[in-house]
Design a protein around this ligand. Structure first.
Ligand code: ADP
Ligand code: MG
Length: 469
């Protein structure tokens, strides 16, 4: 490592992402949505994180009600205390000074910045809610996302004019769905800033909808969402069971679709698995193109990590990159989170970014994490390792291999869940607590004497630890 690592430059988005995650976990959803979601990170100079608030009222309110939350979230996310500063945007738009500052930072970064996406072509400011970091240029292509990416590019190139309308992208958490759908919006605005693009999560959509009804403003809510050229709706699975919102959305969908506007959705599962969804809505979601994003293979994980390091100006050695990409396998957010945590540690105590530090950081992330993992998750992981479907683990079969896998899964449940032995037994086809104790003892004994078995359990242990970061 040639230079000491520092947390400056264009890191403010990343830092704010990490801090926001903590805030979301800490605060009631509504408080988070109301007070923190509208904030925008403007800069970070290594000490002070500057946040833009929509009005003075926000900063006053946060200072008097949430300041401790903000401080705690920041120190947890970064492993050290930092200061913050609020600046108020004028008329809902960033002030001239902050815009200039913003552009400076953006220009010095390798990420292409969008020029004018927050303001529509007309004079009234229109907030698209897009994050300028999410662009195609820094979205790494791999087998896991090739098709979804190509479809997204086609849509961004000719919104509303391809058969991919709506475009529906689904896949597990942290695999790049938000990045990809926002990249569509950023690209459209970069080419045609007069277009009205709006990005919203279905949670936000629901919250706004409810607020609009309460305040007798449903008309303007409707008008807003029906006036857009491109609607990017993230995480539609949150609409499950929210019937009234679904109904409203259904009408908006029809209106936009009929008028040739582009619709893009993401979800953590395919449309057919959206339980509690109106069947008409499920079928609408499947009208265009449905594309899956899957877990990235090792090479792609490595490439994403390197790309991100470059973006953050981190001198990341090959062995460290490989170590992280090898050990953090199923979530890109976690993978990048580890990189940023490592940078924070390195800049704090002047350590170099090494495999040793990577190991420490991964460990410390793990010990801080809430280690609660579901029994189903453990069963699925073990079954995958042994190569059979996970319901066999819960079955009555006494076949040797399955019985072994079952014991290993029970053992891991005693390590990773907070369930009682009795409750664990119940998850395994109604077995009693003595069976669970027996499984635990057997596994412990075998670990001591069988090397191959010990390695297998160790491997599963590691995967579960990482999954709980
Ligand atoms: P999701 O919405 O599926 O939960 P996100 O879009 O929030 O996931 O992605 C999590 C993080 O991983 C983001 O920081 C995103 O930029 C990054 N990321 C995901 N996929 C890629 C990719 N293919 N190339 C570069 N960065 C990626
Ligand atoms: Mg997302």
């Amino acid at each position: 490592m040639s230079e000491p690592a520092t947390l400056t430059g264009n890191n403010h988005w990343t830092i704010w992402e990490l801090v926001s995650e903590r805030l979301q976990a800490e605060l009631p959803r509504q408080s988070y949505l109301t007070w923190f979601r509208p904030l925008e990170p403007m800069s970070f100079d290594g000490e002070i994180l500057t946040l833009q608030v929509p009005s003075q009222f926000y900063s006053d309110w946060i200072e008097s009600h949430y300041i401790q939350h903000l401080k705690n979230a920041a120190s947890e996310a970064l492993g050290r205390e930092i200061n913050h500063k609020f600046i108020v945007s004028s008329n809902g738009k960033p002030s001239a000074r902050t815009l200039a500052e913003n552009r400076q930072v953006a220009e010095s970064s390798p990420v292409p910045a969008k020029v004018n996406s927050r303001v529509s072509g007309s004079n009234d400011p229109f907030d698209s809610h897009l994050n300028e970091r999410y662009v195609f240029a820094n979205f790494v292509e791999g087998d896991c996302n090739r098709f979804a990416r190509a479809a997204a590019l086609a849509v961004a190139d000719a919104p509303g004019k391809t058969p991919f309308n709506p475009l529906m992208i689904y896949g597990g958490s942290g695999l790049g769905k938000t990045h990809l759908i926002q990249a569509i919006g950023n690209m459209i605005l970069n080419k045609q800033s007069a277009r009205k693009v709006i990005y919203v999560t279905s949670e936000q959509f629901t919250a706004e909808f409810i607020k609009a009804i309460q305040n007798g403003k449903s008309e303007s809510f409707n008008r807003l969402y029906r006036s857009v050229d491109v609607l990017l709706l993230d995480d539609v699975q949150f609409f499950m069971t929210k019937e009234k919102t679904q109904e409203e959305f259904f009408h908006t969908f029809n209106y936009l679709h009929q008028t040739g506007k582009q619709l893009v959705f993401s979800s953590d599962r395919p449309p057919r698995d959206l339980e509690g969804f109106d069947t008409r809505l499920v079928s609408r979601l499947q009208w265009g193109l449905v594309s899956e994003m899957t877990v990235p293979e090792y090479e792609t994980r490595l490439a994403i990590l390197k790309r991100r390091a470059e973006e953050e100006k981190i001198d990341l050695q090959e062995d460290v990159a490989q170590f992280l990409a090898l050990h953090i396998t199923d979530n890109i957010r976690t993978l990048q989170g580890a990189l940023i945590h490592m940078l924070a540690q390195a800049s704090l105590v002047g350590k170099t970014i090494s495999v040793g530090l990577a190991r420490e950081v991964i460990k410390s992330l793990i010990s801080k994490a809430d280690k609660v993992i579901s029994v189903e998750r453990i069963q699925a992981l073990v079954a995958e390792e042994y190569g059979f479907p996970s319901d066999l683990i819960r079955s009555k079969t006494r076949k040797k291999e399955i019985a072994e896998a079952r014991q290993v899964a029970m053992y891991l449940c005693t390590e990773f869940t907070r369930l009682t032995l009795k409750a664990i037994g119940l998850h395994f086809g109604g077995r009693d607590h003595a069976t669970v104790i027996h499984a635990r003892e057997t596994v412990n004994e075998r670990i001591k004497i069988e090397k191959g078995f010990a390695e297998l359990v160790d491997q599963l242990h590691r995967r579960l630890e990482l999954a709980s970061i």
